[in-house]
Design a protein around this ligand. Structure first.
Ligand code: NAI
Ligand code: OAA
Length: 271
């Protein structure tokens, strides 16, 4: 019988997403083993990994590639190039949650190509990327997305600060942004990664159109997508329960875990 070796997984960022992924890896996912984490607060991280069944080292972002075959990026978006460059230069796999930051760093794709690395983008907090990727094999005519978030799921976004919008004063559903996924990535780097993932699956960041509503009547981060293609038209909605980070839906970590599980699975479901 063939001996299947385990892939070593490291996590960059132990926040709402990273802690859940680390915990699930520690519980056991066939073919995968957690081997390192990186965190801003090393003492808190050491305490966290100390509670795992199998403690792992807390290392710097630059060292992650030395410890693992697959590195999961779930840190603030501005750290993406620092995390990704050494991983891809070492020809390893990088799972990216801060998808929006990929647009500002197209050089990462070339680093992956030159060194045999790969960038994996999970569906994350969105829905339907399997169908969008399939439709993109033919011709997609249009992709539109509408996001509604409770006010605390949007607070502090650079677009709001730059435009003097105080979501705290909003008392009824209010459209606060209309534009492309590329513009959303700049204006909402911690809130709308999903729109960039959708754009990369389909017609690209300059042709994926987005509306964002600050909505005091919703408690969930809600994303609705509408796709019109030559093979199908479809629209879907996901209502995400916020995690300990109100900007991030609980399903985000689960999507990354499902992607990791699929890496080593003998049967892989979905495009
Ligand atoms: N692709 C998608 O569908 C989604 C993507 N996201 C994105 O995923 C990323 C992670 O999200 P969350 O876990 O909710 O964020 P979070 O803010 O809860 O966690 C980020 C963690 O990174 C840590 N960190 C900060 N500086 C660091 C450094 N120098 N080294 C190591 N760690 C550092 C922070 O202390 C924090 O614990 C964010 O960029 C978020 O915008 C979130 C939701 C959906
Ligand atoms: O969890 C969500 O609703 C989406 C999110 O924060 C993001 O795309 O960055």
């Amino acid at each position: 019988m063939a001996v299947v070796s385990e892939s070593r997984v490291a996590i960059a960022g132990l926040g709402a997403v990273g802690k859940v992924i680390a915990t699930e890896l520690d519980k056991g996912i066939p073919g995968l083993v957690l081997t390192a984490v990186s965190a801003k607060n090393k003492e808190k991280a050491a305490e966290f990994v100390g509670q795992l069944e199998r403690a792992v080292p807390v290392v710097s972002l630059d060292e992650l590639a030395d410890h693992a075959d697959v590195i999961v990026e779930c840190a603030p978006s501005e750290l993406l190039p620092q995390i990704a460059a050494p991983v891809l230069a070492a020809g390893k796999k990088l799972v990216v949650l801060s998808v929006g930051a990929l647009l500002a760093h197209p050089e990462l794709r070339q680093t992956a190509i030159d060194n045999g690395g790969s960038i994996l983008v999970p569906t994350g907090a969105l829905i339907g990327l399997d169908a969008v990727v399939a439709a993109a094999e033919g011709t997609i005519h249009s992709v539109r997305m509408t996001t509604r978030k409770p006010l605390r799921g949007l607070a502090g976004a650079p677009f709001l600060v730059e435009n003097g919008i105080d979501v705290g004063t909003i008392t009824c559903p209010t459209k606060i942004f209309s534009g492309t996924a590329r513009e959303a990535a700049k204006g909402f780097p911690a809130n709308l990664n999903v729109s960039v993932a959708l754009s990369l699956a389909g017609v690209g960041p300059d042709h994926t159109m987005l509306e964002v509503w600050a909505d005091p009547t919703v408690t969930r981060n809600t994303h609705h997508i509408e796709v019109d293609a030559d093979t199908a038209s479809f629209n879907m909605t996901i209502e995400n329960i916020p995690s300990e980070n109100p900007k991030t839906g609980l399903i985000t970590a689960r999507s990354a875990i499902a992607l990791l599980r699929k890496l080593g699975a003998p049967v892989k479901i979905g495009t």
